[in-house]
Write a protein that binds this ligand. Structure first.
Ligand code: ADP
Ligand code: MG
Length: 576
């Protein structure tokens, strides 16, 4: 016989390792415990990235002597009594394994006192065994010291990263935990130096400023809406403020930081057409909902939770953000950042003593009339000169405009692309996307999973313009596709569609899904940079563009226009 039961010491260490893999995971568990104990002051002190000491002192309701004697044993918890309670409770912990796991892999000391008792008690535990218990004078609350982490697991200890790297991870946990609990005081100290002291506050903004920056805070827009089954409150990026990574995107459900692929997708999609490729919007989203609509028991560290109304949350979040972003969209300001250029300009104009006036000329010559009838319909339009005055075209690419005390540079390709995109989108608004039948239907194969999902969504797919028919055990024959998809892109498009369905477990919003194809189509139809446009073509473009929301963002997220105020120009010429 080859199978043997592991001895207790071995399996305990293995089990502990699942919960506690590094100092940051201890910090996460201990902060959760202090929050569950209703502490409103939580002081976290660390030495050497938490490797030699993690200490957390809270003013929560504390533990009695009897509680202390058992709190570190396996599956001991005060938070639930039976399994179903986890769906009702909003406590952060409930498995009763954190203190047990920590006690197995470190030297643990806990001192605690409740309001009902005059004195407190301290316990010392090593490798899961109680070494000592004694009475002590102590204020109501709990102080936990975790020393010499992994002293009995040398390989695990060795695999820890540098103090700085471990501390960085702890800092992330500290930030994630304290942002949603902005009404409590959190203090973080490392090697005796205070890193953060975040006072109680009425909203998370002060905390966001402390952890990220003033700049970040000043570029956030507040969103809030009550839905039938949940409320969403949060702060999101202004429409021209992005970061090159997703570290600034946080979602909290009932104050618990979570990762959700679907909600992350919703946030990013809401910025589509505005956020440049490679950049990401910022978002701090706080969702409150009945805990019975979530299952927090699906992930060992509860980082992911199951959202039973994910689809509703997806739509709610997407539309709320989209609406706010569209409402606050603004044109990027043209700035001369490079000080040497600015300096050089200043010197030049000062030395000339001139008010050099490089007037932009509009070229009405014949070759300019090489018309773009095919691309821009230039039937006479009533163009209100009082809005935007056309000054000319620069490099056959940039339309120069003046409006009141502002000067604009409009990228003709981006602008026309936006117009085309909006026009196609408007046509599709009724969601009745017309199909084109295929002369020779073709067959595509799917894995079992994909096949099930796709076959459950055939009606939805039809509304997107796809006519698929089950053909054999795991294949479909494709009979028709939406009109805007080119024949040679069908396979690729359907694969992407199924990927999307698999990721989000639902058929995407038709308009959103076809967005990519629409953008490509708009991009292809639009006039290019270098194409000469006639005056009436420009007038037409402007007039039409102004009838749509976001006229100054191209669907790919690049700006359509740059703007400069008269004051800014005058400043550069040292007139003011
Ligand atoms: P869980 O949090 O899942 O209940 P833990 O092992 O983290 O399990 O903690 C065990 C028990 O110890 C908790 O249920 C709680 O009663 C008690 N406890 C732990 N930390 C604290 C604290 N800081 N203040 C008060 N009680 C605590
Ligand atoms: Mg706990």
């Amino acid at each position: 016989m080859r199978i043997k039961a592991l001895n207790r010491e071995t399996y305990e260490k293995i089990a502990a390792g699942e919960v506690i893999d590094r100092p940051a995971s201890i910090v996460r568990e201990l902060i959760d415990n202090s929050l569950d104990a209703e502490a409103d002051q939580i002081r976290l002190s660390l030495t050497e990235g938490g490797k030699s000491l993690i200490q957390i002192h809270d003013n929560g309701f504390g533990m009695t002597k009897e509680d202390l004697e058992i709190c570190f044993l396996k599956h001991t918890t005060s938070k639930i009594k039976e399994f179903e309670d986890i769906y009702k409770s909003i406590s952060l912990g409930f498995r009763g394994e954190a203190l047990n796991s920590i006690s197995i892999v470190s030297e643990l000391e806990i001192c605690s006192k409740t309001n009902e008792n005059d004195v407190g008690n301290c316990i010392k535990i090593k490798e899961g065994k109680l070494l000592d218990i004694s009475e002590t004078a102590f204020n109501t609350g709990t102080n936990i010291k975790v020393k010499n982490l992994f002293f009995n697991l040398p390989v695990r200890r060795k695999s820890l990263k540098s103090d700085t790297a471990e501390f960085r991870q702890i800092k992330d946990v500290f930030i994630q935990k304290s942002i949603p609990f902005y009404d409590r005081n959190f203090i973080l100290t490392h090697n005796g130096k205070e890193v953060y002291n975040s006072n109680k506050s009425e909203n998370p903004l002060k905390r966001i400023e402390l952890f990220y920056s003033k700049d970040v805070r000043s570029h956030l827009i507040e969103i809030e809406q009550e839905f039938k089954e949940f409320t969403i409150h949060g702060y999101i990026s202004e429409s021209n403020y992005f970061k090159p990574n997703k570290k600034y995107q946080h979602v909290f459900v009932n104050q618990r930081p979570i990762f959700s692929g679907a909600l992350s997708h919703a946030m990013n999609s809401a910025y589509e057409g505005i956020c440049p490729i490679g950049q990401h919007p910022l978002a701090f989203i706080f969702i409150q909902m009945n805990p019975e609509l979530t299952d927090v028991n699906i992930h060992p560290t509860k980082r992911e939770i199951k959202l039973l109304i994910e689809k509703e949350l997806y739509h709610g979040l997407y539309h709320l953000i989209k609406e706010a972003v569209t409402r606050t969209f603004s044109i990027p300001t043209l700035q001369i950042h490079d000080p040497p250029v600015k300096e050089a300009m200043r010197e030049y104009y000062q030395s000339k003593g001139s008010n050099h006036d490089p007037t932009f000329q509009f070229d009405y010559s014949q070759n300019n009339q090489k018309s773009f009838q095919s691309k821009l319909d230039t039937s006479p339009v009533e163009y209100d000169q009082s809005t935007y005055k056309i000054l000319g075209v620069l490099f056959h690419t940039y339309i120069l405009l003046e409006k009141e005390a502002e000067f604009f540079i409009l990228d003709q390709h981006a602008a026309h692309e936006r117009l085309e995109y909006e026009k196609i989108k408007a046509k599709l608004k009724d969601k009745n996307i017309s199909s084109q039948g295929l002369l020779t239907p073709f067959v595509i194969d799917f894995s079992e999973d994909e096949f099930t999902i796709v076959s459950n969504n055939l009606t939805e797919l039809k509304s997107l313009g796809y006519d698929l028919e089950i053909f054999g055990e795991s294949s479909f024959s494709v009979n028709a596709i939406p009109f805007f998809i080119k024949d040679d892109k069908v396979k690729e498009n359907i694969e992407k569609l199924t990927e999307d369905i698999l990721d989000n477990k639902t058929v995407p919003d038709p308009l959103k899904f076809i967005d990519e194809s629409l953008k490509m189509k708009a991009c292809k139809t639009a006039v290019k940079s270098g194409d000469s446009l006639s005056y009436s073509e420009i007038e037409y473009l402007l007039k039409e563009l102004m009838t749509y929301p976001n006229p100054f963002a191209c669907p790919h997220g690049r700006p359509t226009a740059l703007k400069m105020s008269r004051t800014e120009i005058e400043k550069m010429f040292l007139r003011i």
